[in-house]
Design a protein around this ligand. Structure first.
Ligand code: CMP
Length: 137
């Protein structure tokens, strides 16, 4: 099924100069980028985006990480892209991510309070709709 998902290159990906490499992997997989922009996320936007993590012990470090620099927000389109993009990203913690995935190949061992893991992808079609509306309206 052709789906859309919300994809993001997080501040560490932009700061470390991995934007081109990550977009190359998205396009090589056959996914289409239908919209893209550079954004400096605000705390208000992040509280909405990460509603399920607000209040968790790691949340303040997550916000500090996510407001440390601009991110690249994208809408991707492709067959089964929601699950496929998560496969391409690899496990949340780069230490555990498989070789061949973005986090497995480009991520660094997790050593801070927030998991700096280069990229984000919606976890379901429903979440994708919500996140696309949040970041692109
Ligand atoms: P992501 O899956 O894109 O969205 C939630 C983010 O919170 C996740 O990436 C990590 O950056 C971070 N995160 C999730 N779980 C933890 C955790 N246990 N400790 C620290 N950061 C986390």
């Amino acid at each position: 099924m052709i789906e859309r998902t919300f994809m993001m290159i997080k501040p560490d990906g932009v700061q470390r100069g991995k934007v081109g490499e990550i977009i190359r992997r998205i396009e090589n997989k056959g996914y289409r980028i239908v919209d893209i922009k550079m954004v400096r996320p605000t705390e208000i936007l992040l509280d909405a985006h990460y509603a399920e993590h607000v209040g968790k012990s790691f949340y303040p470090s997550l916000v500090a990480y996510m407001t440390s620099g601009p991110v690249i927000a994208m809408i991707g389109e492709g067959t089964n892209i929601v699950a496929g993009w998560r496969m391409l990203m690899g496990a949340t913690n780069p230490t555990d991510a498989a070789p061949g995935t973005i986090r497995g190949d480009l991520g660094r061992e997790w050593q801070s309070d927030a998991i700096m893991n280069l990229v984000h992808g919606s976890d379901s079609v429903t979440t994708a709709k919500r996140e696309i509306e949040l970041w692109f309206s």
